[in-house]
Design a protein around this ligand. Structure first.
Ligand code: ATP
Length: 135
């Protein structure tokens, strides 16, 4: 079994897609083992997106991710990292994410793409420690 860190980003909360997204996660068979609704501070946002520092979209990404409440969750299950990324679809919701995925069904914009999922088991453990220091 494996864990992954998922964010329902502020656009997903603002558009009231939290239930829809959690429904897809649970139907897939992934288990929610921790979950919190909160507004990310600048420190957590920078830690989360450290790998993107210096990229053109980085300042706007930080502004977006701290712009309002988001849902942070830890999912557990066999191959949870890949399983959630399959549910999410590709980063670009039009060119990469296909219909049937969260981004393919509900998003149009590469920044406002509704969800984040860890890209490896190692990233997941780092991100879980960042978002859920008490877990
Ligand atoms: P995430 O890490 O959020 O799951 P990802 O792994 O699909 O997304 P990354 O390449 O790690 O994509 O980018 C992180 C996030 O930065 C994206 O989800 C998106 O919100 C934003 N982003 C990535 N590329 C761009 C871009 N070209 N323009 C605007 N925003 C972008």
């Amino acid at each position: 079994t494996e864990r992954t860190l998922v964010l329902i980003k502020p656009d997903g909360v603002d558009r009231a897609l939290v239930g829809e997204i959690l429904n897809r996660i649970e139907r897939k068979g992934l288990r929610v083992v921790a979950m919190e609704l909160k507004t990310a501070g600048d420190d957590v946002a920078r830690g989360h997106y450290a790998e993107h520092e210096g990229k053109p979209f980085y300042p706007s990404l930080l502004e977006f991710i701290t712009s309002g409440p988001l849902v942070a969750a830890v999912l557990e299950g066999p191959r949870a990292v890949a399983a959630f990324r399959q549910l999410a679809g590709g980063t670009d919701p039009v060119e990469k994410a296909v219909p049937g995925t969260i981004r393919g069904d509900f998003a149009l914009n590469t920044q406002y793409n509704l969800v984040h999922g860890s890209d490896s088991a190692e990233s997941a453990e780092r991100e879980i420690a960042l978002w859920f220091p008490d877990l």
